[in-house]
Design a protein around this ligand. Sequence first.
Ligand code: SF4
Length: 305
Amino acid sequence: SHPKSPRNELGLTERDYEGAVSTLCAGCGHDSITAALIQAVFELSIEPHMLGKMSGIGCSSKTPAYFVSQSHGFNSVHGRMPSVTTGANAANNELTYIGVSGDGDSLSIGMGQFAHVIRRNLNMCYIIENNGVYGLTKGQYSASADVGSTAKKGPANRQMPIDPVSTAIGLGATYIARGFSGDKKQLVPLIKGAIAHKGFALLDVISPCVTFNDHQGSTKSYAHTREFYHHVIEADFVPPAKEIVAAYEEGAAMPVEMHDGSKIVFRKVDKAYDPTSRESAFSYLRSSVRAGEIVTGLLYIDQEA
Ligand code: SF4
């Protein structure tokens, strides 16, 4: 590292928390989540050898290879990351466990495991890189695909999506947040909060799949988030970027036109929102869905957990 690079409490630089070079598609939202993870563990001054990176199968599950090389990791089988993490935790509960999964890995084959890891309130940070599609096997709909989503082959998706956030509220998770891969400013504190939380912390991150979910009518679509995404990440000095970010912060940006003509808007949670009540979190989410919104931010925290 450059001698002038900022150092954390351990005297390490952010580069010391990097991993292997990503082999994901250029522009994949998952790589932005990796960058946020690196910043979060650097800022928290986590000792690399005290980190356990866990995953299942999918493009998302390759993420642990791309941050903190000098740490522990286990790339398990499809949908089984929660059990493997439970076992690892039983053997050594002093490590910080970060599990990275996807919507395919968590909400279909891994749904039973997802429910029970929440029930056990396992002390871990569980990230879903949510793009509505099985990228690694070339674009089948996942259980979080929007109704009307289209794939390169076959008919449009007709099944209702599972929302991991509302599911986790119902199942009793003690820290629940949603972020967007293109918004590192919001994502880093949400990751840090999830790691610091004693108990199960779920972070659902909407993350565009630029290769297989790039079309009209998908809330995870790159086509609709592309402007925001590029401006924020690559060119935040470009004037329109400031407007886009400002609009997003006011809750007015990124409308996605759905197949039935309705519009869905991404926005941040209201400043006055109180995330400490499970009941209000649930009704807040329901009313935001009715209003055609996807809210991001800290949605629920049980501080007694
Ligand atoms: Fe990312 Fe999609 Fe490519 Fe997989 S297929 S690496 S999810 S862009």
